[in-house]
Design a protein around this ligand. Structure first.
Ligand code: SF4
Length: 383
């Protein structure tokens, strides 16, 4: 069935909010949160650790911490609680992004059953399986992802167990990699240029002859597609268009984005078809999938990336995150003076719906609206 990606209009009169058709929590995040809270209930009196942030949402993580859960590592893999202090009687939860084989081995050595409280999203595991399939056909895996992101580190580790693997962050790095494929650059330079991004034993002279691309599930679909198309063309040029040469050198992986990332991104394209004054994207500042939604909106109109309604300081002031500079900034006059003000609204896969509701409530509080949130919801329920 074809999905509908037209936004939902919440018409309050002087302010009109266009809500993306798909936004917010995905299956993987809901599942991970369920398991985490169940784990707390099932283990009274035990120390409960989360390997790293459960998901990239500060409210959810703060909630878990309030209930006594501690983080073993920060989101970049820095150790917060030494592994040596963990005992077999502790509970360790694996987050939705999954983890590396090395970390799993460390935990097993302590006596922790890693399978018991493992919230790794099945869509992340699907990428690992896809990598394994192409590895069996002797392809090298190119992971399109953010090198320091938990999920990319986990995917890299799983792929590298089976086959030579390298991570590229963006098209610029895919172009850099292509120079070692074509021979434009000496293989020896690869190890410095891709330091920390390739699997142990990677042989740049041999391991770039057959490749397949997989991605961190939350990358921008159009970026992954562009990188895969580009590398395929590089292979075509190098090995010739005749016969089956391309398949011989480039595995058809199709993209490995998850359904939620796909739906949320496609819904933003649908949202952007509406002419509006501004866009607000709600989500954790270190959330990859959310920052990609921001990226799409920014191309079209003023966009404000906030993690909750408290960032809307008044009808003219908003505190928001610039993910390019990684800084929170304050903008004055973010709401235009005309009526109706048209606002596009969406949120990332790790953002609870209540936060989006809070943002709508805050926005309408600045206008003299005839309809309340309840009126609008009731109209939908009766439709
Ligand atoms: S964004 Fe996709 S891969 Fe990530 S947790 Fe959600 S469903 Fe799973």
């Amino acid at each position: 069935m074809k999905k509908d990606f037209t936004p939902t209009l919440l018409d309050f009169g002087p302010v009109q909010v266009y809500l993306a058709r798909h936004f917010g929590f995905c299956y993987g995040v809901e599942n991970a949160i369920d398991i985490a809270f169940r784990t707390i209930e099932e283990n009274p009196g035990k120390r409960i650790f989360l390997l790293s942030e459960m998901i990239h949402n500060p409210q959810v993580n703060a909630d878990l911490q309030e209930r006594g859960v501690q983080f073993l590592q920060d989101t970049y893999g820095k150790q917060l609680v030494p592994f040596e202090s963990i005992t077999k009687d502790d509970v360790v939860i694996i987050p939705a992004f999954g983890t590396t084989l090395a970390t799993e081995a460390k935990l097993r050595a302590i006596g922790i059953t890693v399978e018991k409280y493992n919230t790794t999203c099945p869509f992340v595991e699907k990428v690992w399986n896809r990598s394994e399939q192409i590895a069996k056909k002797n392809y090298t895996v190119v992971v399109h992802g953010k090198p320091t992101h938990e999920e990319t580190r986990a995917t890299f580790s799983h792929a590298a167990y089976h086959t030579p693997t390298v991570v590229v962050n963006d098209m610029a790095e895919a172009i850099a990699l292509s120079k070692y494929i074509t021979g434009e650059k000496e293989a020896a330079g690869f190890y410095t240029e891709f330091a920390g991004r390739y699997a142990e034993g990677f042989d740049a002279a041999k391991d770039l002859q057959r490749i397949g691309v997989v991605n961190q599930t939350t990358m921008l679909a159009s970026d992954t597609q562009a990188i895969a198309d580009f590398l395929k063309q590089v292979m075509l040029k190098k090995y010739g268009e005749a016969s089956n040469n391309t398949e011989e050198h480039f595995a058809d992986t199709r993209d490995t984005l998850c359904y939620a990332t796909n739906d949320n991104q496609t819904a933003v394209y649908g949202l952007l078809e509406t002419a509006a004054d501004l866009a607000i994207v709600v989500g954790g500042y270190n959330s990859s999938n959310t920052s990609h939604l921001v990226e799409l909106c920014e191309e079209k109109l003023p966009t404000y990336f906030i993690n909750n309604e408290e960032k809307i300081l008044s009808s003219s002031l908003i505190q928001h995150f610039n993910f390019h500079t990684k800084q929170e900034i304050t903008t004055t006059g973010f709401l235009p003076q005309h009526a109706p003000v048209k606002i596009l609204l969406t949120s990332g896969a790790s953002c609870p719906d209540a936060l989006v509701e809070g943002v709508i409530a805050k926005l309408i509080s600045f206008f003299s609206v005839q309809k309340t949130m309840e009126d609008i919801t009731a109209a939908f329920n009766n439709a």
